[in-house]
Design a protein around this ligand. Structure first.
Ligand code: TXA
Ligand code: MG
Length: 343
């Protein structure tokens, strides 16, 4: 931090359980300010979700289109019911199964939710985080917190303070540093339509987990027509400046060969790949089979999707910062049945 004034606006709570220290952040929220804070999925940039003026500042800080609605973080069932109405049995069942956790549900909004939060729509996205810091923050604020991911619009979500501090310099009133996000990718967004959960955005809670609770799911995010009707999908996401190639062959050996081929094709590339492929590429490089200038970022063991999730956004940002000619990314398994994060 640069000076004392800024010091007072930064709280390092990485190794602390003393939530009293959140007092200052709460004051900022109550006064309509904007706070950068950790959650278990990705960092959020938040403000009082029931104040149009405060939420407007979040849109401004992110450079986000006001056509793109913002979700609210809550700390209790009562708080859900204070902002949403006509909640169905299935919606309650889903919330019981996945709250607190990496799960956002779209519900019918009550009058008190400002139009700016929902982009003028009649529904509101609601999530209860499993991070103690996040939940304490909401609880102590006593109001739902409007919290999109902490990144300038178009950039990958931030999973630690260092990655985002520059882009939000001078744009937020308070920063809470809770260390690395435990999960590293965003929540799954679900909307129940005619008694069936539709997954609008894939995230840390899997389709399979939701199907187990609801009996059926519809994957709207795989449907290009339905995708067009989603506010978030009409806007550009994760737009880093470097061109990227995804290598996603079914066969593991073919995948490695393809990575090697691409590593040899371009000068000055960054390869973001699994541990296994990183070893393979490194040994080929030391054997002289790769002559080009490459940088390898290891995203974790291929079968450890928790590790890959934690690293992917951080490595994408790191790779982009190097300004290589191209970023080559190894794909991981699409369908997975990772463990639930609700405790
Ligand atoms: O894990 C997460 O969900 C993180 C953490 C910080 O909580 N937040 C997050 O927020 O990813 P954001 O704003 O980056 O992404 C939320 C997405 C947006 O793309 C938005 O379009 C969609 O949710 N969304 C919000 N409200 C909606 C609504 N009422 N109907 C449909 N989509 C909605
Ligand atoms: Mg986002």
């Amino acid at each position: 931090m640069e000076n004392n004034a800024e010091m007072r606006r930064y709280l390092d709570i990485k190794n602390e359980t003393d939530f009293e220290k959140l007092d200052e952040a709460i004051k900022v929220i109550k006064n309509g300010g904007v706070v950068l804070f950790p959650t278990e999925t990705v960092y959020g940039i938040g403000a009082n979700g029931l104040s149009s003026e405060a939420v407007e500042k979040v849109f401004k800080a992110k450079g986000r289109s006001t056509k793109n609605p913002i979700n609210l973080l809550v700390s209790s069932k009562e708080m859900v019911e204070s902002i949403a109405k006509d909640i169905t049995e299935l919606e309650y069942k889903l919330m019981e199964a996945f709250f607190p956790g990496a799960f956002t549900i779209i519900l019918n909004k009550k009058e008190n939710v400002p139009d700016i939060v929902t982009a003028g729509g009649s529904t509101v996205g609601v999530r209860m985080s499993s991070s103690k810091i996040t939940t304490k923050l909401v609880e102590m604020a006593g109001v739902p917190i409007a919290a999109p991911s902490a990144n300038l619009s178009g950039k990958p979500s931030g999973t630690n303070i260092n990655d985002i501090i520059e882009e939000f310099k001078g744009k937020v009133d308070y920063i809470i540093d809770g260390g690395e996000s435990e999960i590293g990718i965003e929540s799954t967004i679900v909307k129940v339509v005619d008694g069936i959960p539709h997954i609008l955005r894939p995230g840390a809670i899997t389709d399979t987990q939701i199907e187990k609770v609801a009996g059926k799911v519809i994957l709207d995010y795989l449907d290009s027509e339905k995708n067009k009707s989603l506010p978030s999908n009409n806007l550009e996401h994760y737009k880093i400046k470097t061109k990227c190639i995804l290598v996603d062959e079914e066969d593991i050996e073919e995948n490695k060969t393809k990575l090697l081929e691409l590593a040899n094709k371009y000068d000055n590339s960054v390869i973001i790949c699994s541990n296994e492929s990183a070893n393979f590429i490194c040994s080929n490089k030391s054997d002289g089979f790769i002559e080009k200038d490459i940088t390898i970022f290891n995203m974790g063991a291929k079968d450890n999707l928790e590790e890959v999730s934690r690293n992917i956004f951080k490595l994408l940002r790191k790779a982009d910062d190097i300004s290589p000619y191209i970023i080559i990314i190894e794909g991981v398994e699409k369908k997975r049945n990772r463990k639930s994060y609700n405790g």
